[in-house]
Design a protein. Structure first.
Length: 118
């Protein structure tokens, strides 16, 4: 699954009204998954750390998913063995550290991430 992290205020639905499902998570904080009411496809999620300020948008649901190639691979410890990560890709077995934000997202992207995280 490829997610794009974006401020929820920048997310919009072009048709219909999605439903939000509360689900448990390994962190214990839970997550809210926003799904298409008609087909139940996950559109985005809100995770405990950033709450509803940030949306982890499923890139495959966008009009132009090719415009959003991955910048970092996380939770690679659970990737399928047949999937090869690109040689020079930023990759983390679980999640990246706040210390890595500037390298991963640049100064502006890191500042946006920090503002969402609080």
């Amino acid at each position: 699954m490829l997610n794009g992290l974006v401020e929820t205020s920048h997310v919009g639905v072009t048709a219909g009204a999605p439903e939000t499902i509360d689900t448990p998570s390994n962190s214990g904080k839970g997550q809210k998954i926003v799904r298409c009411l008609a087909c139940k496809v996950a559109l985005w999620s809100h995770y405990g750390g950033m709450g509803e300020k940030a949306a982890f948008v499923r890139v495959g649901t966008l009009e132009d998913p090719d415009a959003c190639p991955p910048r970092v691979h996380i939770f690679t410890r659970s990737k399928q063995p047949w999937f090869d990560l690109p040689k020079h890709a930023a990759a983390y077995e679980i999640f990246y550290s706040r210390d890595d934000l500037d390298d991963l997202f640049g100064a502006e992207g890191a500042a946006r991430w920090r503002a969402l995280r609080g």
